[in-house]
Design a protein around this ligand. Structure first.
Ligand SMILES: Nc1ncnc2c1ncn2[C@@H]1O[C@H](COP(=O)(O)OP(=O)(O)O)[C@@H](O)[C@H]1O
Ligand SMILES: CC(=O)N[C@@H](CCC(=O)OP(=O)(O)O)C(=O)O
Length: 258
């Protein structure tokens, strides 16, 4: 089985023209099959503010009403996704932009209302790999935004970290998969203010302790939950850090183990 890398980039790379361009240059040199997943939450928030659409987040998740769904569709599936694909093509990396609706690749269901009504937010039910397999075996790189669909014509907002872990899990049927979360810090940090305080390995036990001691909070919590979900479902390798970790094994980062 070939090894496939699923790489997720967040807002701090996407929103910074120089950082994105440098990432794309490096990414396009990665040999073998690869999938890129991008977020873009910050840009969606900025546009919503400009359009006077109220922004509501809870536990790192965006409460997505109809107006917000329109905005995120324009921002994630439109502006950001097409810009990344164009930049990859400029680096001779053949790429195709995807939402989960395209090729019926990621099916989700609207999150049921319990204490909170998240609106048009989807929890992933299934990843269809057939179309992706054809592309990946022909050296074409799928580029996914944070949108899925319910097979009844409804688009749904799904966190980009979740899209990355579900794709890495789904594709284990045809590849050995590795999952990399790239963000602005060197990894999960002992002290979030000190980029040298990288925790090089986190397992299920130590994760519990780190949470209890409030060393991990906010956006890092759902990211790590997705990491453990992936490592427990046959993904071979899960890492968090700066994108440099992909090209320089000596660049410190966090590795997740069972
Ligand atoms: N222990 C920790 N180490 C590093 N970052 C942490 C930690 N705990 C919380 N965080 C926060 O998590 C954020 C990353 O989550 P998020 O913003 O969702 O990432 P992304 O940029 O990939 O969307 C960091 O910017 C940081 O503020
Ligand atoms: C449901 C939900 O919260 N979706 C996220 C999707 C974008 C995302 O995950 O972007 P980052 O990776 O840049 O944070 C949102 O709309 O903010």
């Amino acid at each position: 089985m070939k090894t496939l890398k699923v790489i997720k980039i967040g807002g701090n790379i996407i929103d910074n023209e120089a950082a994105l361009s440098s990432f794309i240059k490096d990414f396009s040199t990665i040999e073998g099959p690869k999938v890129l997943v991008h977020g873009g939450g910050k840009l969606a928030t900025k546009l919503a503010n400009q359009m006077n659409v109220p922004v509501k987040m809870t536990e790192g998740r965006r409460i997505t009403d109809a107006a917000t769904l329109d905005i995120i569709t324009m921002v994630y599936a439109g502006k950001i996704n097409k810009n990344i694909v164009a930049q990859l093509e400029a680096r001779q990396c053949n790429a195709i932009g995807f939402s989960g609706a395209d090729g019926n690749t990621i099916i989700s269901e609207k999150r049921p209302i319990k204490t909170i009504d998240y609106g048009f937010v989807g929890d992933v039910k299934k990843v269809n790999t057939a179309t992706l397999e054809v592309l990946l075996n022909n050296n074409i790189t799928p580029v996914f935004c944070a949108i899925t669909h319910d097979e009844n014509g409804q688009l749904l907002n799904t966190n980009a970290d979740t899209i990355a872990s579900e794709l890495a899990i789904g594709l284990t049927s045809i590849f050995k998969t590795e999952l990399y979360y790239c963000f602005e810090k060197n990894g999960v940090l002992e002290n979030v203010e000190n980029d040298d305080s990288v925790i090089e390995n986190i397992n299920t036990e130590s994760y519990k302790t780190l949470k209890e001691n409030n060393i991990i909070f906010e956006g890092m919590l759902p990211k790590l939950d997705n990491c453990f979900h992936a490592i427990n479902k046959n993904v071979q390798k899960v890492c968090i850090g700066k994108s440099k970790m992909l090209f320089d094994a000596n660049n410190k980062h966090t590795t997740i183990t069972k």
